[in-house]
Design a protein around this ligand. Sequence first.
Ligand code: ADP
Ligand code: MG
Length: 704
Amino acid sequence: MASTPVTLTTPVDELPGITERQAGFLRALGLTNLGKLIAHLPMRFERVEAEAPVRELVPGRIVAARGEVTATRPVRGRKPRFEAVLIDESGRLDLVWFNQTYLADRILPGMRLKVHGKATMRYGAVQLVNPKWAIEKPGEHPLSEGESFVRPVYPASEDLPSEAIWRIQKKVLPKALPLIEDHLPEPYRAPRNLPDLRESYRMQHEPRDEPEASLSRRRLAYDELLMLQLGVHLKRAHLREHLRAPALKWNAKIDEHIRARFQFTLTGAQDEVVKEIAADLSRATPANRLIQGDVGSGKTVVALYAMLMAVAGGHQASLMAPTELLADQHYANITASLTGSKVRVALLTGSTPPAVRQSMLSSLASGDLDILVGTHALLTESVEFKNLGVCVIDEQHRFGVHQRARLRAQGTDETTTPHVLVMTATPIPRTMAITLFGDLDISSIRALPPGRKPILTRVFTRDHRSEVYADVAARLARGEQAYIVVPAIEAGESSDVMPGGEPLRDVRTVFQELESGPLRGFHLATMHGRLSRDSREAIMERFRLGQVQALVATTVIEVGVDVPNATAMVIEQADRFGLAQMHQLRGRVGRGPAASACFLIADPTTDEAQARLRVVAATSDGFILAEKDLELRGPGELFGVRQSGLPPFKVADLMRDRELLDMARRDAAEWVKRSPDLKAPEETLLRRRLMKQYGAALGLADVG
Ligand code: ADP
Ligand code: MG
């Protein structure tokens, strides 16, 4: 039979030895061609033990045996379990499965069973606890001694179980392996103990032992990490080389002038960051720095410092916030700090009247405006600066990569771009930061300004709701204020019911309950995203002035709102909220001299939700929370990762492969330094694979 030669792009239905039916099932798993098929790697490996006569089973070892079930017994009570006795020619073996009394319907006396598990000694007899089991198939032969082997376990489907995928892999492997070319040369791999790529695929699909499985996994995980790191470093090198930013002057006099504008002395932590930023801004290479600091750590003043440095150097600055509320607040703070100075500040948001906007834009273009504060509205085409020097973005994870690119374009010409500073109150775990934002420098403000009182966080079930509101009422009576955050705006907006049966708590219902119940007689107001901007502003102003004592709201108040007299944060149905979100909300209190509290009302129904609440209650350090969040949810769900447009890793695991990540990062940095274009002939393959994977996502096309 004549046939075209097989390549890695040969569709699975054209592969010899694969039936049409199998090809269909493979396609359903997304494995459309040979390359994709062999890149479908095992998720784990298990050792299949050679069977032994039961009399020879050694306690303490993983063992396998088979025989006939002669007796079974479900045992209920304090330790519910199912017990069975297995007999072969050599003797008797006791089996016990805890919490699995349902096995009484599945394992019956007279059946022939294969079992596999750890042997223990109990009452002088060998016993297997929770062994794996399968009913013996007719004609099946046991593995004889010495035949123990490692079996890959693949992500599978009902139609195509792991075993079947393995058989297919073994069938196609001899065709596929010779087609695999390594993009890493042997002198590079050897000192790093990375096996060859071809061999790595062999070891994944046909491991001779466990070390082969883990060695090859390490190689493939390293590849993923290295590729992304190379991409990120190339991009960074490219920006460094091709883009210029204004080198801003910085000296003691400028520093003194700027500091004179602040109502307080900067903390040591802020000073550090100011120094890092000033050093960045005084260079002609565009700064690209992430400033992470917990809620209330005082990032705004640091940003203002940078903006004033731009103004002192005759440049403009912009500050972009994710919501109008925040933009308003920044604008108010900045104008307050700058009263009596010559610095000209304006606020531009979606609701700026057209006439005002028009004249603002012309002042901006002529250089008659120094600082522009606003929302996404700053990114529209018509917004043109005369000479933008510094651009600050608050709460970075709400902006996507494209918006960052648009920002860069606001420079004066093709090759000049502003310095970019990004502030986030949701610290990004170090591993994530390096992985995804390797092109950013990072400054961290880890200490809070002086005089902050810790916030006491406690979790209550809904049965104890009245205790929470009694505490809140006492606070209001003392003249303090409170936020009450709920997950919905109006009742019945969705069929969404908490697993525990309680309907979603909404602004209106909770407001009415409180007004006529525990908080009767106090001034309450509601706040949510569906109110007009004017009403929101008016309500916020009344809250700030203390005319409103408690605010029933959705998460619109999540970021930025700063009312020091507010001392209680109640989060209803807190299990509906993410870890970072709860932490953000909590950050709204604890800003004044009085002791603050955060009440989480929740009836968590999953372990994960429970863990989240426990963690938030246990620590108020955003950096620790960020690490925990990564552990609980995995990187895929975190912060801006989704928006970042980067594909998730298939093999690498950011929790498990931290060391490998560090290695890949160092290697990539050195590599790009040594060969900034990846143009050497031996780099061709690597370069091609890199571009294919990350060229578009990282905007690397122009590198090559
Ligand atoms: P965030 O990092 O959450 O944006 P802010 O910049 O809003 O924090 O600062 C929180 C509060 O702390 C503000 O009221 C601010 O005026 C105050 N603050 C910031 N830095 C200091 C400081 N060095 N000393 C005293 N108060 C400070
Ligand atoms: Mg802030």
